[in-house]
Design a binder for this molecule. Structure first.
Ligand code: UN1
Length: 510
């Protein structure tokens, strides 16, 4: 089956990982072996970019920007509309490849492609907006307003866990804004990126989109470092760990470039005494084990009111016993593998730390063995009773480890929810209006996303996506996130017959 998909998406045994849109460069960098955590199979090779390849791409992108920025935004939107159509046509194949290369469930693979389609639709409408404000001038016969212009090259550094959607959130908005994009995908999921490039090539060609508007530079950390330090790249949008984000932002900041960061989360759900526990259960379990706990929005902590702690944890344990772990392409399974063996080791290491720091397990973890788990990447989702202050609980482990803890009053629960370095997503499960509103108030959650009666993951593209504190402060996808991809210009026009100065200053000549 997977061979048919690869063929349909034009993935061959050996692929160039560097493209300026419709042209694939004869890349000369290191060869990356793409493999699947599903069955441990090697899938194909991808040749990464050398510094010279990278420079060639950047120069092509710079030239393309000069032309692309002059296209009317709705015409750029029409290109994005056609990209959305191409994604609809290839939803099944791309969703399967994402599932196979990354290991998330097939449903989630399709869901990821759906997010791409949704952001295309959103961007098409936005291409007829991109509005600025008009202000009243203090001077007679003057008009003052602001407008938004494109920035230039948007560098996109994306992570393995959403190998295609996060690129599209950035790229579709950047394009309608008039920017050009250079994408460095995760070296753990290069084929999904190549497939995206292949899917949109015909659209680029038939619309005569300048070569260089949509570029791909596969590579490792070094490639990201080139981009971060490159003054030709005014905006670097990076998704990944807090460690990576700090490194990118210090280099981008040192040259006074712009960084849009979407980094780690440590997302909690508060379950109050007034929660609908059955409903809460679905949100908590999907949030914790979906994508095998490898979403930045994954639920890591449950803060449970002491009066429902015993009954709710009992329900949780029962639900965990029913989880089917296995090949994510089989839709009967709930949980697929972790991305690779390094991730498995980090998971095991965290379990040791939980024990050493005093945690006790309600559901034990462990690595699965046997033919069905031959890749060595399948682990058991586990639940540990902990204190919020443990060092390991303060840290984001990208694995299906769920922490449970008790609280007594809601102020205390909110303080616990906020008392971590990260600030991405949060939720409260309650049918009590006072509790819900307090959680959403300025004295409530300090996260970029705060939900009531839904889990922490699975945000829709229409809202701005991102978080505070160590999550990096960036906002991507919906609402007015497009403004990050543009520069604001304030314009004052004098249509009077004299030149009065602002602030009443007189400057008379002779
Ligand atoms: C991520 O994990 O980097 O809200 C993105 C969600 C998805 C996106 C997650 N829409 O879970």
């Amino acid at each position: 089956m997977i061979n048919d998909i690869l063929q349909q998406l034009h993935i061959t045994a050996a692929n160039s990982g560097v493209s300026t849109g419709t042209i694939w460069l004869d890349a000369k960098g290191p060869v990356i072996q793409a493999s699947s955590p599903v069955d441990g199979q090697d899938i194909a090779t991808v040749t990464a970019a050398t510094r010279a390849d990278y420079d060639q791409v950047i120069e092509t992108a710079q030239a393309a920007f000069k032309e692309w920025r002059l296209w009317p935004a709705p015409r750029r939107g029409e290109v994005v509309r056609q990209i959305g159509e191409a994604l609809r046509t290839n939803k099944e194949a791309l969703g399967k490849l994402v599932s196979y290369e990354m290991g998330k469930s097939l449903q989630e693979g399709y869901g990821e492609v759906q997010e791409m389609i949704d952001i295309c639709d959103f961007a098409v409408g936005l291409s007829r907006q991109l509005h600025g404000l008009t202000m009243h001038s203090e001077r007679p016969g003057h008009r003052m307003y602001e407008q938004w212009h494109p920035l230039g090259i948007t560098g996109i550094i994306s992570a393995f866990n959403f190998p295609v959607a996060v690129w599209s959130w950035n790229a579709m908005l950047a394009w309608i804004c008039g920017d050009v994009c250079v994408w460095k995908p995760s070296e753990k999921t290069p084929l999904s990126a190549i497939a995206c490039q292949q899917i949109i090539q015909d659209v680029l060609r038939s619309n005569k989109v300048p070569e260089g508007v949509c570029c791909l530079v596969t590579g490792g950390r070094e490639t990201g470092e080139w981009m971060a330090a490159d003054t030709r790249v005014p905006l670097v949008s990076a998704t990944g760990s807090t460690r990576m984000g700090k490194a990118v932002s210090s280099v981008v900041g040192a040259r006074l470039g712009r960084a849009l960061l979407e980094l780690g989360g440590n997302n909690a759900i508060i379950i109050t005494a007034d929660a609908d526990l059955d409903m809460a259960l679905i949100g908590c379990v999907f949030g914790a084990v979906g994508t095998a706990g490898q979403r930045c929005t994954s639920t890591r902590r449950l803060i449970i009111h002491e009066s429902v702690y015993a009954s709710f944890t009992q329900k949780l344990v029962k639900a965990y016993q029913q989880l089917r772990i296995g090949n994510p392409l089989d839709e009967n399974n709930h949980v697929g593998p972790l991305i690779d063996k390094d991730a498995v080791n980090l998971y095991l290491d965290s379990i040791e730390k939980i024990k050493a720091q005093g945690g006790s397990f309600l559901v034990e973890g462990g690595v699965l063995s046997g033919d069905a788990y031959a890749s060595g990447c399948y682990v058991k989702p586990c639940i540990a009773a902990v204190e919020n202050t443990y060092a390991i609980v303060q840290h984001e482990t990208f694995a299906p480890i769920l922490y449970v803890m008790k609280y007594n009053n809601l102020d205390e629960a909110i303080a616990m929810q906020n008392d971590v370095p990260q600030g991405l997503s949060s939720a409260i499960m309650t049918l009590n209006l006072r509790e819900a509103e307090l959680f959403l108030s300025q004295a409530g959650s300090d996260c970029g996303i705060a939900n009531v009666n839904i889990g922490t993951s699975g945000a829709e593209i229409g809202g701005a996506f991102g978080g505070e504190k160590e999550t990096g402060g960036g906002r991507e996808s919906g609402s007015d996130a497009w403004k990050s991809y543009m520069r604001r210009q304030t314009n004052t026009i004098n249509y009077s017959t004299s030149l009065p100065l602002a602030q009443g200053i007189k400057f008379d000549l002779a």
